[in-house]
Design a protein around this ligand. Structure first.
Ligand SMILES: Cc1ncc(COP(=O)(O)O)c(C=O)c1O
Length: 389
């Protein structure tokens, strides 16, 4: 008897589909988001997400896309033609910049003073390029002299750097390093995931070539989209590539046709509801104005700092390099990280972030981002902490 004529019986190896009961409707706890992101969203943004769906090539959607690009240019302070949102989170924006600008065999100087500089170095190497790391102690900015030395010793195509290092709370001055990169005919790639719409960022005036950000921090839209912008110099480098971009999804030579082409060609199905949210969040930023928004972040940071220092928290970063929207602080002596964060969440619904990488368990990262950057948030957190300590 061949195996074909054997009578059919259920194989003991075959898994049967599990019968599960339908879970209860979504009902997550009410939270005050004061961690490293996401931040609280304005109800206008949440309502925008409930706008009925339309097709991602509908003429009305094309108009929404054009308005998003214009508002992003204003928020990035740039005239760059190639300014678009990538349909994936901040790490995909990072990857978009690097996979499109690097080819195998290239060299990139990567400034590493925290988790996200380290992530950039990892991606550079996955592109088949060499990452030349310029390091600073975590909690310190990168010294321009070190970048100058690395540029003098290597012919590098890119200098990659994080403007607001969310793992340490350091604000990195950029202009001098951008000038150094250009003196050596390199492009500067900048991570602005945490600084965008929260502290001064001048893409054109500072000469930044490839810049990416995220939606879930000071823009206060839901996570999942990464706006990027590229200078003409950067576009010329992409256009002169000899090899195909290793990632199909992030290859800007194709994504561009969907976002900027005269005749918009299908590339992927854009996350329509997330783009509605981005549109509304950008409208809110422009209504407030960039400078007043930067000022608001600074003022609430000062308010929080006074209160935290009074109850024994100590800042990791020295005052001139402190991020206003991400406060990296050591706990008062005798406090236990996980227990105190757990109590804040359980009793008051307030989320703050723990340390990342070498700071895991050692410090807190308190976010004051976008809609979560108000005096009310500061007072709520401080009084909850006072009652717990
Ligand atoms: C500075 C920085 N870069 C990149 C990322 C990655 O963004 P995402 O988590 O949206 O992929 C983050 C996220 O926290 C960040 O803070």
């Amino acid at each position: 008897m061949t195996s074909f004529s054997r009578p059919l019986s259920p194989s003991p190896l075959k898994k049967r589909p599990k019968i599960m009961s339908v879970p209860a409707p979504l009902n997550p706890g009410q939270r005050v988001l004061m961690g490293p992101g996401p931040s609280d969203a304005n109800p206008r943004v949440l309502r925008a997400m409930a706008t009925p769906l339309i097709g991602h090539l509908d003429p009305d959607f094309i108009q929404i896309m054009d308005e998003i690009k214009d508002m992003l240019r204003t928020a990035f302070r740039t005239q760059n033609e190639l300014t678009i949102p990538i349909s994936a989170p901040g790490s995909a924006g990072m990857e978009t910049c690097l996979v499109n600008l690097l080819e195998p065999g290239d060299r990139a100087i990567v400034c590493v003073n925290g988790v996200f500089g380290g992530r950039m170095a990892d991606i550079v190497e996955r592109c088949g390029a060499t990452a030349i790391r310029v390091e600073a102690e975590w909690g310190q900015p990168i010294a321009p002299e070190k970048v100058a030395d690395a540029l003098a010793a290597n012919s590098a195509k890119l200098v990659c750097i994080v403007h607001a290092e969310t793992s340490t709370g350091v604000l990195q001055p950029l202009e001098e390093i951008a000038n150094l990169a250009h003196e050596h005919e390199a492009l500067i790639v900048v991570d602005t995931v945490t600084s965008f719409c929260g502290s001064a960022l001048e893409v054109d005036a500072w000469g930044l070539d490839a810049v990416y950000t995220g939606t879930q921090k000071c823009l206060s839209a839901p996570p999942g989209i990464s706006p990027v912008t590229f200078s003409e110099r950067a576009v010329a480098v992409m256009d002169a590539r000899k090899t195909k971009v290793q990632s199909w999804f992030l290859d800007l030579s194709m994504v561009r046709n969907y976002w900027t082409g005269a005749k918009r060609a299908y590339h992927h199905t854009a996350p329509v509801s997330s783009m509605y949210a981005l549109h509304e969040a950008l409208r809110i930023v422009l209504e407030e104005g960039l400078e007043p928004r930067w000022k608001r972040h600074q003022q609430n940071h000062v308010l929080l700092r006074h209160g935290l220092q009074e109850i024994g928290f100590k800042y990791l970063v020295s005052p001139e390099y402190r991020l206003p929207m991400l406060n990296a602080v050591h706990l008062p002596s005798g406090c236990e990280d996980a227990a105190l964060r757990g109590a804040l969440l359980d009793r008051y619904g307030i989320e703050v972030g723990g340390g990342l990488g070498q700071f895991a368990g050692k410090l807190w990262r308190i976010g004051l981002m976008g809609e979560s950057c108000t005096p009310n948030h500061v007072h709520m957190l401080l009084s909850a902490l006072r009652s717990l300590l």
